[in-house]
Design a protein around this ligand. Structure first.
Ligand code: ADP
Ligand code: ADP
Length: 226
């Protein structure tokens, strides 16, 4: 069974905007997929439909063979990482990462074990008890990643994850994402308008234009218009 399947998925917003039209994609477990295309082509809308933050207007979305169209976000095996990180500034790093587990009703010892493991994976042990408001962009991005990963999602969804970082940090986080893919076996789907980012990170690139999929190819087979 594929990890993720989109079959003729479409999205028409209430105001009549056709944002996504007949999107088809089948993703294998552990794949790293990029949605690439210019602003307004429907990348974020598609990501939000996979996460469940946006209703699907037509077609079907399956995760591990289970139809997800009507499943609310918190009951999907997905985590979404936002470009703005959306961390709680008044809480510690540990508190931010453990929050999702608390919502799920895990006990404190259960939460601590999982949070400790992910803190180590992302090299955040030294700042575990600091508040997030004074941390650097790279640290905040790692915390956002840790928060998404700690709930052990099948699919991690990232909206322009590297957009707010400078070139050095971007390289470092890129390497970490690839390492996480290998060590955790998580499926990654991320949105970008930067071709270089899609080429550096993904196993396959979904090129979108005006709500439609133009091509799906591995980086070395990507064609670009003259
Ligand atoms: P991005 O290019 O990163 O998707 P946008 O600036 O296009 O960011 O959109 C920012 C927010 O505004 C998103 O939540 C998006 O859903 C919403 N949005 C974008 N276009 C429209 C629109 N035409 N009508 C209402 N909301 C919109
Ligand atoms: P991208 O992520 O590729 O920048 P989006 O998925 O944000 O593209 O937007 C796709 C299209 O849908 C755009 O025309 C955008 O203006 C429109 N759109 C996005 N969000 C909304 C919304 N909430 N309501 C109406 N139109 C929207």
């Amino acid at each position: 069974t594929p990890d993720l399947e989109l079959v003729d998925v479409g999205k028409v917003y209430d105001n009549g905007t056709m944002a996504v039209d007949a999107f088809n994609l089948t993703v294998t477990k552990g794949e790293f997929i990029a949605f690439l295309g210019p602003s307004g082509c429907g990348k974020t809308t598609t990501l939000r439909m996979i996460a469940g933050f946006e209703d699907i207007s037509s077609g079907d979305m399956m995760i591990k063979g289970v139809r997800m169209n009507d499943v609310p976000p918190q009951r999907r095996p997905t985590s979404m990482i936002f470009q703005s990180y959306a961390l709680f500034p008044h809480m510690t790093v540990r508190g931010n990462i453990g929050y999702g587990l608390e919502v799920k009703g895990l006990t404190k010892p259960e939460r601590d074990a999982k949070v400790d493991r992910i803190l180590a994976t992302l090299g955040l042990e030294d700042i575990a008890n600091r508040n997030t408001d004074k941390l650097s962009g790279g640290q905040r991005q790692r915390i956002a990643l840790a928060r998404g990963l700690v709930v052990e999602p099948d699919i991690l969804l990232l909206d322009e994850p590297l957009g707010a970082l400078d070139a050095n940090l971007r390289k470092a986080i890129q390497n970490e994402l690839k390492l996480l893919q290998k060590t955790l076996g998580v499926t990654f789907v991320f949105v970008t308008h930067a071709q270089s980012e899609a080429l550096a990170l993904s196993d396959r690139i979904v090129v979108m234009n005006q709500g439609r999929v133009e091509q799906i190819s591995p980086p070395h087979q990507l064609y670009t218009r003259p």
